[in-house]
Design a protein around this ligand. Structure first.
Ligand code: AMP
Length: 380
């Protein structure tokens, strides 16, 4: 058994957004210290960490001095350059490992990993030139979704090709490096499973969680998802198998499409806590962030039992368009929990916070989440 990293130790986080913030809150509740490194200042994570280091991820001296001051390194987004994780790994454990980050930060590598390990995905082809894109279109057919291979999230860096004659426009817009062309899936719904794997291989899961997107950004998550039991079991079994194939230590979100024929297709892997798992803070015995702390520290995992049906609604910067949202109106709803990330500037599409609504039934929770958000923005 690996020696656990116990409370009182210092946890290092690369990346300083809201996922790091909620990780840091969970870590501090357990008595750990948290240091964070990112190129920004006064960040959502930095505001609640013990130490906030302001440096580029490829600044080898800064990363070295940062990791010398911590007992383990984790990250809160997958686009951390591998130089940073390689430096960190010379001094302390990096969990999840840099090899997982390398797979998950590049769609072509991620899809290839899934295919090679027998996990179902939408049909896809990888193209590095315009000619290869044309061949991919001939193979996959249209409509199809063209995505950049690297550094895409929340629908950024992707477009739908309705017919082959849009290939040139697509290549012009996205084809600066490798692209992935996927069949457009006419799905029934989207779900995610959050799987946690400890240092000794112990597994825990949340979900499936049902996810609805607006403008390619997660809008509403609900759990239980209401899938037929065999499909739900299959989604969980597949997510556990993916975590094992990756030899994961930490938290992984597996996003899936449920097709109209009740088939599961894996769309994306995120080797960190995920927006769809934020409701675990208020609705489950142990939240995804505490599990990240436990997993990266080599502690046993906590219970993922859910207390109450729950719905999570994101608060994007758009909610500020008529002025500061009416916080007191949300506080007036006793089954609603408000989470704000401490970001100063509200831009459209920027994730500023979320609300979690609890209910006797999933329908009641979902309705309450929508009502609460409307109260905040002053909509009827
Ligand atoms: P992604 O950036 O791959 O997570 O995609 C963002 C969202 O775009 C997904 O959650 C889906 O709603 C939609 N999407 C992505 N890929 C496909 C696809 N192959 N077929 C249908 N919808 C897709």
């Amino acid at each position: 058994m690996t020696t656990p990293i116990l409370p009182g130790a210092t946890l290092g986080v690369l990346g300083s957004g809201q996922l790091g913030r909620m990780f840091a809150i969970a870590a501090r509740r357990l008595g750990y210290r948290v240091h964070v490194l990112s190129p920004d200042t006064d960040t959502p994570t930095g505001q609640v960490a013990d130490v906030e280091i302001h440096a580029e991820y490829d600044d080898a001296d800064a990363v070295t001095s940062f990791v010398r001051g911590v007992d383990v390194v984790t990250f809160e987004f997958e686009n951390v350059p591998s130089t940073a994780t390689e430096i960190a790994a010379k001094f302390v454990p990096v969990r999840p490992g840099g090899d997982i980050l390398h797979i998950a930060q590049h769609r072509a590598r991620e899809k290839t990993f899934l295919r090679q390990h027998g996990f179902p995905t939408a049909p896809f082809s990888i193209a590095g030139t315009f000619e290869e894109l044309q061949q991919a279109i001939a193979r996959i057919g249209c409509p199809a979704v063209l995505k950049t291979a690297g550094f895409g999230y929340d629908g950024k860096g992707q477009m739908v090709l309705r017919s082959p004659d849009q290939a040139a426009a697509g290549w012009q817009q996205l084809g600066s490096s490798d692209v992935v062309l996927e069949g457009l899936i006419d799905f029934d719904c989207e779900v995610s499973v959050i799987v946690v794997r400890g240092v000794d291989g112990e597994l825990a899961t949340y979900g499936p969680i049902r996810n609805a997107h607006a403008n390619h950004i997660l809008d509403l998550s609900t759990v239980p998802a209401g899938l037929p039991q065999p499909l739900s079991d299959e989604a969980i079994a597949m997510s556990r198998a993916i975590a094992e194939s990756l030899n994961l230590v930490g938290v992984l979100c597996v996003e899936m499409f449920v097709t109209r024929g009740n088939q599961l297709l894996v769309n994306e892997l995120a080797p960190r806590p995920h927006n769809s798992g934020h409701l675990t803070i208020d609705a489950h015995v142990t939240c995804q962030f505490e599990q990240q702390v436990r997993a990266v520290c080599g502690l046993p995992l906590g219970s993922t039992r859910q207390h109450t049906p729950a719905a999570m609604a994101n608060l994007l910067g758009d909610a500020w368009r008529h002025g500061t949202p009416r916080w007191a109106a949300a506080a007036a709803l006793p089954e609603v929990k408000l989470h704000l990330y401490g970001k100063q500037k509200a831009r459209p599409g920027r994730k500023m916070g979320h609300i979690t609504a609890l209910g006797e039934t999933i329908e009641a929770a979902e309705q309450l989440a929508r009502t609460a958000r409307n109260h905040l923005t002053g909509e009827p």
